[in-house]
Design a protein around this ligand. Structure first.
Ligand SMILES: [Zn+2]
Length: 193
């Protein structure tokens, strides 16, 4: 397979949050070599998959993987990071954050929301922590406190839906969940006046 080495965000494109930079590194690679590269980041250093060590650690979030799933375990991470046989690699969540690939978006609006921003942000952070107990790859990629709204990007669609449902049941308000099937993206809108 042809491999093209290029920076993650090409020079000249601005890394703007929120939203994607078009075309992303991912989009460019996809058109060149199909989707086989998707879960490889950084580009594979081993000729065959069997030659690569299976145990992996993520240097950013300290999650560890046995090759099947990623879990958070700080103690085990501290032990594994000194082991030369363990492969250091970004986990899928941090890969997505670095490539600016987001799967969900939450927008909070309304006059009531403006007066309760701290409470809502705490709630959302807690909801993320609870979701990470099941799946550490579900993260908030960006949280922005804008004047009249709170804008959040997530690395998984289910986390966006989960936070939306949580806001609705804890604070009432109006909830809209919109799934964009062809983009694998979920838009969540919540408002309370
Ligand atoms: Zn990570």
């Amino acid at each position: 397979m042809r491999r093209v080495r290029s920076p993650i965000v090409r020079p000249g494109t601005k890394a703007i949050l929120p939203g994607r930079v078009h075309p992303t590194w991912h989009d460019t690679q996809w058109s060149i070599q199909g989707d086989g590269h998707q879960m490889e980041f950084p580009l594979r250093r081993y000729e065959s998959p069997g030659a690569a060590p299976v145990t992996m650690v993520c240097p950013v979030c300290h999650s560890i993987s046995d090759g099947k799933r990623w879990v958070l375990d700080e103690k085990e991470y501290q032990r594994l990071r000194r082991d030369p046989k363990v492969r250091v690699q970004l986990c899928p969540a941090d890969t997505r954050i670095q490539r600016q690939m987001y799967d969900g978006e939450i927008v909070l609006k309304g006059s009531w929301m403006k007066d309760h921003k701290d409470e809502l942000l705490n709630f959302i952070r807690n909801e993320e922590q609870r979701a990470m107990a099941n799946n550490p790859m579900a993260r908030l990629a960006a949280v922005q406190d804008r004047e009249d709204q709170i804008y959040i990007l997530t690395t998984s669609q289910s986390l966006a839906r989960r936070i939306g449902a949580g806001l609705k049941s804890a604070f009432k308000g109006r909830l809209t969940v919109q799934r964009l099937p062809y983009e694998n993206f979920t838009r969540v809108r919540w408002a309370r006046d």
